[in-house]
Write a protein that binds this ligand. Structure first.
Ligand code: PLP
Length: 575
């Protein structure tokens, strides 16, 4: 295709970034909402942080004009749209969408073998245009091709859907199919970057192409791990692998590289990557302990600054810190922005959210009241309901200094404990309803995240340490002067300066406390800091509060962005 050929003239070789999910809504400005909304939602083929990170990495790569491209699955039925019953029971709706309105199908067709059948794969091309004239091609693999069996046509439908077998098939399409697609397009690849272990079967395809030389493949591969717990890594029994993948490569070799008992996708990637990294300094340490015989580096995650900055703050930065979007380091000078203008921008973002909340709920959320936000993928380790451990204390604090809370988040369809947690949260909301205003907004997605994160005053984060590898929503908050109040896990251990950039919850990273003691300290911090530090400052020392707002921008946003992160990948992993 002409378009691909022309773009390929820009560089001699490329970084090929493989990710199971990619969140790319920002680049679809030509498509409105309404009817198209369901399509837009589906195109956000992500379930949470991983896909948003992939999208932000791609956007920064485009802005920075890097020789970068991405490979993912089309996920034609997307993740799901969340409906919540009045009791907080989650109902999932899958919505088909047609990629035709958004991207172009490429003429190339490649094949992989699954269960000894040939499965044809086509690819859709989507081009992400940077704010400069940089462009990044994203290839969405699709098995819904004529000639494939009905079952095979569905392989690329559901993101994180189906059983293990379905997942393994998807990973064959992504890893092996992805490498073959790039070859069919005549693309020279400098490095294959695996964003999490889902794509690590690509290493097997590379081994075959390079006479089974492990060192050669290592020289070609970069791996980012995102999972801080053993149980989180994708694993498949060799029986299943034999059934689905066949004897693609000898089992002897496969077991040597992917683990004796079962095929561990993380181990496979570790054994075949010349460069491995975790997504925060703390996560690196945790990963290093889990895999002591590998050298693991840290490249702390970021977010795409422009994408996640509310228009009210974009305007302000354009006025006082021109050039910030493509050089977020400039945000370090946020202190030079007049306090009253910073405050006005905060009020504008807050008003937008609260007007939206009031329109949905016929509620009466007040612009004057301190607003706490909590929105992320619902998983038990994120402890969405921790704030409600002591309802009486919470009521007492609210009587002294009123506050209101906005929640959102989806649980994976098969995560029953996660779904129960939403229901439990709903019961707390009911029991507090005469005293504290709390709302749970359905269907958390990137569109809602834009409004929600920028519109609150405080961003609360209470994961069970060390389960949060990085976390990125707090970085989005900081770009909008929203103050972080968080457990010292993931990125916050690097961004936190007590009382300067925000506040911590619970033990410091170097304190080794028994679990019960740590938990007690967490609750103590949540309630005491809210009652005696955070709320009084907000209501009674507005100048000080605005200083923390400015520090969030100058000391967090300037650093925790994907422009810095991509530059680190370039100098430490790609070249
Ligand atoms: C940023 C973002 C996430 C990731 O948030 P974490 O704090 O890392 O959990 C998840 N979902 C959406 C829609 C986001 O925008």
């Amino acid at each position: 295709m002409e378009e691909v050929k022309k773009l390929l003239d820009n560089f001699s070789d490329y970084i090929a970034y493989f990710s199971m999910e990619v969140g790319l809504d920002e680049n679809l400005p030509t498509y409105g909402f309404g009817y198209k909304e369901s399509q837009t939602i589906a195109l956000l083929a992500y379930s949470g942080g991983l896909g948003v990170l992939a999208g932000d990495s791609i956007r920064s790569a485009a802005d920075l004009k890097l020789p970068f491209m991405a490979v993912t699955l089309i996920s034609k039925k997307g993740y799901f749209k969340q409906e919540l019953t009045p009791e907080g029971r989650q109902i999932e709706h899958y919505i088909s969408w047609n990629p035709e309105g958004f991207m172009k199908i490429l003429p190339q067709e490649i094949e992989v073998e699954i269960e000894k059948r040939k499965v044809k794969i086509k690819a859709w091309l989507y081009i992400v245009e940077g704010s400069t004239d940089g462009k990044v091609m994203v290839f969405f693999l699709d098995t819904d091709v004529q000639g494939n069996s009905e079952e095979d046509r569905r392989i690329t439908d559901y993101l994180y859907g189906g059983d293990e077998k379905y997942r393994l098939k998807q990973e064959i399409v992504l890893g092996i199919g992805g490498v073959r697609l790039l070859e069919a397009l005549g693309i020279r690849v400098r490095k294959y970057h695996m964003n999490e272990g889902h794509s690590s079967l690509l290493t097997l395809e590379l081994l075959k192409r390079h006479n089974l030389k492990v060192d050669t493949v290592k020289g070609l591969c970069v791996f980012t791990t995102h999972t801080p717990v053993e149980a989180g890594h994708d694993k498949f029994s060799y029986e299943l692998v034999g059934e689905i993948l066949g004897d693609f490569i000898s089992f002897e070799m496969l077991k040597e590289l992917g683990g004796k008992g079962h095929l561990n996708m993380t181990l496979l990637a570790l054994n075949l990557s010349g460069n491995v990294n975790g997504v925060s300094k703390k996560h690196r340490e945790v990963s290093q302990k889990m895999f002591p015989s590998y050298e693991i580096h840290a490249i702390t995650n970021g977010i795409h600054s422009y994408t996640w900055t509310h228009p009210s703050f974009r305007k302000l930065y354009d006025k006082y810190l021109p050039g910030w979007a493509n050089e977020p380091e400039i945000l370090v000078r946020a202190e030079t922005i007049p306090d009253n203008e910073v405050w006005q921008a905060r009020l504008e973002a807050k008003k937008e959210l609260l007007d939206y909340v009031n329109s949905l709920t016929a509620g009466d959320f007040s612009h004057e009241v301190f607003t706490i936000g909590f929105a992320r993928r619902v998983a038990v380790y994120k402890r969405q309901a921790l704030l409600f451990s002591d309802l009486e204390r919470l009521k007492k604090i609210n009587k002294k200094y009123p506050f209101q809370i906005v929640f959102a988040g989806k649980a994976h369809p098969k995560d029953e404990p996660g779904k129960k947690m939403i229901e439990q949260l709903f019961s707390y909301i009911r029991s507090l309803k005469d005293e504290i205003k709390i709302v749970y907004l359905a269907d958390y997605n990137m569109g809602l995240a834009h409004k929600l994160i920028a519109g609150v005053d405080l961003w609360l984060n209470t994961p069970q340490s060390p389960m949060e590898a990085s976390g990125t929503s707090g970085m989005k908050a900081a770009h909008n002067g929203v103050v972080n109040f968080s457990v010292l896990d993931g990125w916050w251990a690097e961004g936190w300066v007590e009382g300067v950039t925000g506040w911590s919850i619970g033990p410091q990273p170097n304190e080794k406390l028994p679990a019960e003691e740590a938990y007690r300290r967490e609750l103590e911090d949540i309630y005491n800091k809210l009652e005696y530090v955070i709320l009084p400052m907000y209501y009674e020392q507005r100048d000080k509060w605005v200083e923390i707002v400015q520090n969030s921008i100058a000391k967090i946003a300037y650093f925790f962005n994907t422009h810095r992160m991509m530059r680190r990948y370039v100098t430490e992993a790609y070249f």
